[in-house]
Every structure is written in structure tokens, then in C-alpha cells.
Design a protein around this ligand. Structure first.
Ligand SMILES: Nc1nc2c(ncn2[C@@H]2O[C@H](COP(=O)(O)OP(=O)(O)OP(=O)(O)O)[C@@H](O)[C@H]2O)c(=O)[nH]1
Length: 406
């Protein structure tokens, strides 16, 4: 007979074994539970990221290395990109919903009409004067010139109007304004293709490069354009290749984060812009984005440096993808000066579209006619304020009506 004590020991051992087994079971079940919940959270997050191209995250390009910023090497730095895979969580607590295109067009149309009222008022008072002598026609032409329509367009608009007035013997201001409106609409070349490359092309993202001198509103325009595209359900990526102005990348990243669009950037001031642009296109490819928008510098030590840098960015990006769109941003308030800028940029990159900013509060909207004529390139977008949704596709009919106050 086993001593009672032994039995007690045996019983205690059994209880210990049972307890140990129970703990083991609890531990295993606990581990499985934690792993399962973790996997489910991971799946949900992963799914959301893929839909919005890792919304709010960005690759850290600290230490992007390579050629100088002034074009001394064609592909400098591209092969030696160091990329730490630190992906940051979205910096914005909530993602905004941008205004729909239809709603913004309605709102901006009325703003455009207000901005050009000086021209329409001037023309109206001249045409209503009833005295259509040479002086009056000269004044009509000067009013058009003052709106930056350019010498050629202003002269031809007045010549056509004079002809029709003489032929039809009409002096009614409303009729004359109607004719002027028709001719102005024709001058705006409504047949031009104003679509923006923003959908995938042949299995890769569309690449849009944005150029222009500093202060014209490039970075702001890219931020606003990202919102337009997000409202149209596009997956967008931004590339901060303006590494000359220290705050430009932060500014761009903030615009993107507001609508859940990631920005590829370097955290190093003065990093090689071509490398950043190259990396942005690569990231957009990997993320299967619809479109990547590349910001570029508008100021360097001199014009030659700026143009060399731009040419290099273009060359390097084209090593992995064609550039589908080059948007030149012009400030409408700078008038004919903008025309000269346009010519300089066109020598280096093939501009495919113009963005005319700051049309709010200027009576110089006629620059649209002049710039399209000079460059043979359509105005595709207009900026009508500093608000995040103050950018609209250019609509020749609405624009002509706004210009003439119809
Ligand atoms: N009123 C008005 N202001 C605008 C418009 N577009 C841009 N701006 C303002 O123009 C200023 C310059 O804009 P940025 O986007 O920083 O210009 P940038 O061309 O990127 O300048 P750099 O980075 O120095 O080359 C900002 O204060 C913008 O808010 C517009 O359509 N209307």
C-alpha cells in the first residue's frame, strides 16, 4: 500500500500536471487569438493601403545621393539611391473630401465673371456710347489690349467687329457684344484638346511634370490638382523635385496628406531633384498609381542653371517612363512677362498645357488668347483663388462670357 503521503504526492503531482496542461492550453489559445486578431488587422490595413496607394505614407529618401543639381551628369545618382523603408503613418488626422468638379465649376464661373468685370464694363460703355468713330474703335482696341489679349488678337477682333457693324448697319450694344463674344470664343481655340493626362497609360502611371518660375503657384497648383484628381477617384502620387526651396517639399506633402495622397521626397535640402523625380515615378509604378505629379524648382542661381536642371530631370525620368504631360504654370497678373517665361521653358521641355493662376482679381484674363497663340498650347486649368478647391478646368465658353460680362 502506498503511504498516504505518497498518494498525496501523487495527487498533488496530478493536480500540478493538470494545472500545467491547462496553462499550456491557455497560453496556446492566447497566442493563437493574438496572432489571429493581428492578422485580421493587418489584412484590413493592407487592403486600405492598396486602395489608396499607401495613403499618407512615404518612402524616406534621406541620403539620396548622386550627381550635382546642375546637370553635369545625365543620370547622376539614380542608380545609387538609398532608400530606407521607413513608412510613416498619415500625418493628417483626417482625410478631406475635395469638392466635386461640377460644384467647383459653378462656383468658379461666377468668380471669373467678377474678376474680369473691368474689361466688360469698359467695352460696354464704349459700345453703348452710340458714337462709333475711329476714336471709339481705338478705345475698344486699347481696352482689349489692356486685358492682355495681345496686339494681334485685339486688332483682329476690332477689325471683324467693325466689318460686321458696317455690313449689317447695326449699332445695338447687345448685338455687338454678341458678335464680339463669338469672335473671342473662336480666338480661344475651343477645338484644342484640354484633357489632362491622369489615367494609366499602357500599364503604367501617367507622368505629369509641372514647371514654371518661382511664385507663379506651381506647388499650390499641384496640391489643388491632386484634389481635383482625387475627387475623380484617381490614385495620385506626388514627387517633390523642387529641392531648391527648403519649404517646398513640406508644402507639397501637406497638400497631399490632406487628401490621403503620398509624397515622395528627400529630407535633405538641395538633394538631386532628378533622383527624387526618378524615385517618385518608380514608387508610383510600384503602387500602381494612376498618375504621378512632379513639382520642380522655379528658381536657381540663374536661368541657365534652372534650365539645365529641368532638362536633367526630364532626361532622367525618361530613362524609365515617357513624360505624358508638361504643365507650365503662369501667373496671369504678370501679363506679357509670362509670355517670355513660356518661350524660355518651351525651349527645354515640350510644354503640353498651360495653367493660368491668379485669374481672380485681375482684368488681364486675355493672356489666355495670347499665350495659346504664341505657343500653340492650350490653357488647361485656371487658378481662381488661394482656397484648396480654387482650380478648375479651362472652359472657353464660360471664359469668353466672363470676359465680356455676358
Ligand atoms: N490669388 C491666388 N493666389 C494663388 C493662386 N495660385 C497660387 N496662389 C498663391 O501664390 C503663392 C505662390 O504659390 P506657390 O505654389 O508657393 O508658388 P511656386 O511656383 O511653387 O513657388 P516656388 O516654389 O518658389 O517655385 C501662394 O501664396 C499661393 O497661395 C491663385 O489662383 N489665386
Amino acid at each position: 500500500m502506498a503511504p498516504a503521503g505518497d498518494g498525496a504526492v501523487c495527487e498533488t503531482d496530478d493536480v500540478d500536471w493538470l494545472l500545467n496542461d491547462l496553462w499550456a492550453l491557455i497560453t496556446v489559445v492566447g497566442v493563437l487569438l493574438v496572432a489571429g486578431v493581428g492578422a485580421i488587422i493587418g489584412l484590413v490595413r493592407g487592403g486600405t493601403r492598396r486602395r489608396r496607394i499607401d495613403a499618407g505614407t512615404r518612402p524616406d529618401l534621406t541620403g539620396v545621393s548622386g550627381g550635382d543639381a546642375h546637370g553635369s551628369t545625365a543620370t547622376g545618382g539614380v542608380d545609387t539611391l538609398e532608400r530606407s523603408d521607413v513608412l510613416t503613418e498619415p500625418s493628417a488626422p483626417s482625410v478631406e473630401t475635395p469638392e466635386s468638379t461640377r460644384s467647383r465649376l459653378r462656383r468658379l464661373r461666377s468668380r471669373l465673371a467678377r474678376s474680369d468685370s473691368a474689361l466688360s464694363r469698359g467695352l460696354l460703355s464704349l459700345l453703348q456710347g452710340g458714337q462709333l468713330d475711329e476714336d471709339t474703335w481705338d478705345d475698344v482696341e486699347s481696352t482689349l489690349l489692356a486685358a492682355d489679349l495681345g496686339v494681334e488678337a485685339s486688332a483682329s477682333l476690332v477689325a471683324r467687329l467693325k466689318e460686321r457693324v458696317a455690313a449689317e448697319g447695326v449699332r445695338d450694344a447687345a448685338t455687338m457684344r454678341g458678335w464680339l463674344l463669338e469672335d473671342l470664343y473662336t480666338e480661344l481655340q475651343p477645338q484644342m484638346d484640354r484633357r489632362i493626362a491622369s489615367s494609366r497609360v499602357g500599364g503604367r502611371p501617367a507622368v505629369v511634370m509641372v514647371v514654371g518660375v518661382n511664385g507663379t503657384g506651381k506647388t499650390t497648383t499641384i496640391g489643388k490638382l491632386a484634389r481635383v484628381l482625387v475627387a475623380e477617384d484617381r490614385d495620385v502620387m506626388l514627387g517633390a523635385a523642387d529641392t531648391f526651396r527648403a519649404a517646398a517639399a513640406d508644402q507639397l506633402e501637406t497638400w497631399g496628406a490632406r487628401v490621403g495622397v503620398p509624397t515622395v521626397r528627400s529630407d535633405r535640402d538641395g538633394a538631386d531633384p532628378a533622383s527624387v523625380a526618378y524615385q517618385a515615378v518608380r514608387e508610383a509604378n510600384e503602387a500602381e498609381a494612376d498618375v504621378v505629379l512632379l513639382d520642380t524648382a522655379g528658381r536657381l542661381h540663374n536661368k541657365t542653371d534652372l534650365m539645365n536642371e529641368l532638362a536633367k530631370v526630364k532626361r532622367v525620368v525618361e530613362k524609365q517612363s515617357p513624360i505624358d504631360e508638361v504643365l507650365l504654370v503662369l501667373d496671369a497678373t504678370t501679363g506679357q512677362n509670362g509670355m517670355r517665361q513660356a518661350e524660355v521653358f518651351s525651349e527645354v521641355v515640350e510644354v503640353t498645357g498651360i495653367v493660368l493662376t491668379k485669374l481672380d482679381g485681375t482684368a488681364k484674363g486675355g493672356i489666355v488668347v495670347a499665350v495659346q497663340k504664341a505657343l500653340g498650347v492650350p490653357v488647361k486649368l485656371v487658378g481662381l483663388g488661394e482656397g484648396p478647391d480654387d482650380l478648375a478646368p479651362f472652359d472657353p465658353k464660360a471664359f469668353a462670357e466672363a470676359l465680356l460680362g455676358s
